[in-house]
Design a binder for this molecule. Structure first.
Ligand SMILES: N[C@@H](CCC(=O)N[C@@H](CS)C(=O)NCC(=O)O)C(=O)O
Length: 236
């Protein structure tokens, strides 16, 4: 059994989607990041960076093993299950390239865009949001170009797709319109129709307070939230 320290978010969805894809048994240990539970001394023993996700694998044949950082967890689960990380040197390198591209590029840039978008412009200056939004748009363009030639980022479905999809799910909050990135849009919809992706993405929605759950309830394969917001006037 694998314990997943979890609160619904792009980085934690990577782990539950991967576990669903590999059909590995797991249970959720909620860490309410809205209440600061990620900073408790007990959780920091598992995740020294005080962020979710983290896992503890009790099924190692030896002592339980804890792993933090979503990218490291994806590689660990891929190696444990023998799935979604090709073994050939070239294909493995390409998969890790795009996994690290997400963890070190798309995630932080899109995350900062979301953060500064919610912040008062006078606190940081309007140029701050513009800088992150521009770089995020560039990164969506990089992904779009990569997906022009194939259905999946490296040609076959892998942990790189899971990592990127989980973040692209929030494209509206990153100020990106998938109509501008048709290859990303096609790939986003196709992955969102996979049963394991659907199941993993919807884990633990009940942990989020009802009044903050709105966007999390939307479809996994469309940009329906923007349309819903336009008609209902609900703020993001
Ligand atoms: N580099 C880390 C980032 C993890 C991360 O930022 N997790 C967020 C949720 S998506 C979190 O724990 N936020 C709580 C906080 O900011 O204190 C990873 O990829 O696992």
């Amino acid at each position: 059994m694998i314990d997943v320290y979890y609160f619904p978010s792009p980085n934690t969805w990577k782990v539950t989607i991967m576990l669903e894809e590999c059909a590995l048994p797991y249970r959720i240990i909620p860490i309410d990041t809205l209440q600061g539970e990620q900073r408790s001394p007990e959780f920091r023993r598992i995740s020294p960076n005080a962020r979710v996700p983290a896992i503890v694998d009790h099924d190692t044949g030896a002592a339980p093993l804890s792993v933090f950082e979503s990218g490291a967890i994806l590689v660990y689960l891929a190696e444990k299950s023998g799935q979604l990380l090709p073994k050939g040197a070239a294909q493995r390198a390409h998969t890790l390239e795009w996994l690290f591209w997400q963890v070190g590029g798309l995630g932080p840039m899109a995350g900062q865009t979301h953060y500064f978008r919610r912040s008062a412009p006078e606190a940081f200056g309007i140029g701050t949001l513009a800088r992150f939004a521009k770089e995020t748009r560039r990164l969506y363009g990089v992904l779009d170009a990569q997906l022009a030639a194939a259905d999946f980022i490296t040609g076959e479905y892998s942990i790189a797709d899971i990592a990127c999809w989980s973040w692209v799910w929030f494209h509206e909050l990153h100020l990106q319109d998938l109509a501008e990135f048709p290859n990303v849009g096609r790939w986003f919809a196709a992955l969102g129709a996979r049963p394991a992706v659907l199941a993993g993405r919807r884990v633990g929605l009940e942990l989020v307070p009802e009044e903050q759950r709105g966007i999390l309830e939307r479809s996994d394969s469309t940009s329906g939230y923007v349309r819903q917001r336009a008609t209902s006037g609900t703020p993001v």
